[in-house]
Design a protein around this ligand. Structure first.
Ligand code: PRT
Ligand code: ZN
Length: 295
């Protein structure tokens, strides 16, 4: 009989592990205390974590050692660009953290400022699959120099003319005298799984986990807003509340001229919005976080 617990691969240590563990915790998954460096067993769901290097996650899932994995799209699509072995993998849910971009960059004061300028040049990257595919699709013939790390030093060391690397704040490019001129891929962490050969019992657990994760992600962007509004400016105030279609309007005891408005805002609520609401006559404005959501 096959193992009926959901096996989820997550990065053991690095930029994806914190976000992944936080998401699991907010989705209500609790792990038993253990010294095991490779496995963590959930106490309250039939779920086991496998803690591995992020680069190995696509192959664990493709090969069936794990059912799902949390990995950056950059790693997933790079593996797919390199080998047909990963063609069966699909994104089950985008997770909204570890956002970064794979970008082409070159020395700030150099002669390479566009994709066309790369013809006949060399590009250092840890993403040879995606870089090659991007250039080929645009008919650019360039040499790819594969590097495992410290790609940003390649132009200075005269290893390559340009680079293709992950960028988040841009500080690394800046510190190395480089400027990005093209985005090759926008990436975030995703839940990945096989399209085929999934086990029905495990899928029931996965569906539940994914539904909870969706709730966590949605609630992170959603706020509950409470305010008092002059009755004669209600429509104006309702229109100012971001991403909310049907606010609740309630009577306030002993006040005929003022109503209470409660709304779920499916967008970020900025200070500017509160200032506009107040200018329209709203008072006692409260913005509250929403902890959990289920439709
Ligand atoms: O040991 P293991 O192989 O598991 O870890 P790793 O060293 O390969 O990965 P890690 O933890 O560094 O990154 C894991 C994932 O985080 C990546 O695959 C991306 O999906 C995502 N991510 C998000 C990033 C960045 N942002 C990022 N900025 N991964 C790497 N960087 C690096 C980038 O390579 C460059 O060196 O940070 C530098 C640029 O950052 P800025 O802020 O200076 O632009
Ligand atoms: Zn890695």
């Amino acid at each position: 009989m096959p193992d009926q617990r959901l096996k989820l691969a997550v990065q053991s240590k690095g930029r994806l592990s914190e976000g992944g563990m936080e998401l699991l915790s907010k989705a209500g998954v609790r792990f038993a205390y253990g010294r095991d460096q490779l496995h963590r067993r959930a106490e309250n769901l039939p779920l086991d974590l496998l803690l591995v290097r992020d680069d190995d996650i696509p192959s664990f899932v493709a090969g069936g050692a794990c059912d799902y994995g949390i990995v950056g799209e950059n790693v997933l699509y790079e593996m797919q660009a390199r080998s047909p072995r990963y063609a069966d993998l699909e994104v089950a849910l985008p997770l909204g953290f570890s956002r970064c971009n794979l970008k082409l960059a070159s020395p700030r004061d150099g002669t390479i400022n566009s994709v066309e300028d790369l013809a006949g040049k060399s590009i250092a990257t840890s993403y040879p699959g995606l870089t090659r595919r991007y250039l080929e699709a645009r008919g650019i013939d360039a040499e790819i120099v594969e590097m495992r790390g410290s790609v940003e030093v390649a132009p200075r060391m005269r290893i390559a003319d340009a680079i293709c690397d992950l960028v988040s704040s841009g500080a690394t490019l800046e510190a190395n005298g480089l400027a990005a001129f093209q985005t090759v891929l926008e990436s975030e962490a995703v839940m990945v799984r096989r399209k085929s050969a999934r086990q029905p019992v495990v899928e029931t657990v996965a569906d539940k986990l994914i539904e909870r994760m969706e709730g966590v992600i949605a609630s992170a962007q959603t706020k509950y807003i409470l305010l008092n509004a002059p009755r004669d400016r209600l429509n104006e105030i309702k229109a100012l509340i971001p991403g909310s279609d049907a606010p609740t309007v309630a009577q306030i005891a002993d006040r005929a001229d003022v109503v209470a408005v409660h709304a779920v805002c499916r967008e970020r609520v900025f200070w500017e919005t509160l200032e506009r609401l107040r200018a329209a006559g709203a008072r006692a404005i409260l913005v509250l976080p929403i902890e959990k959501m289920m439709a």
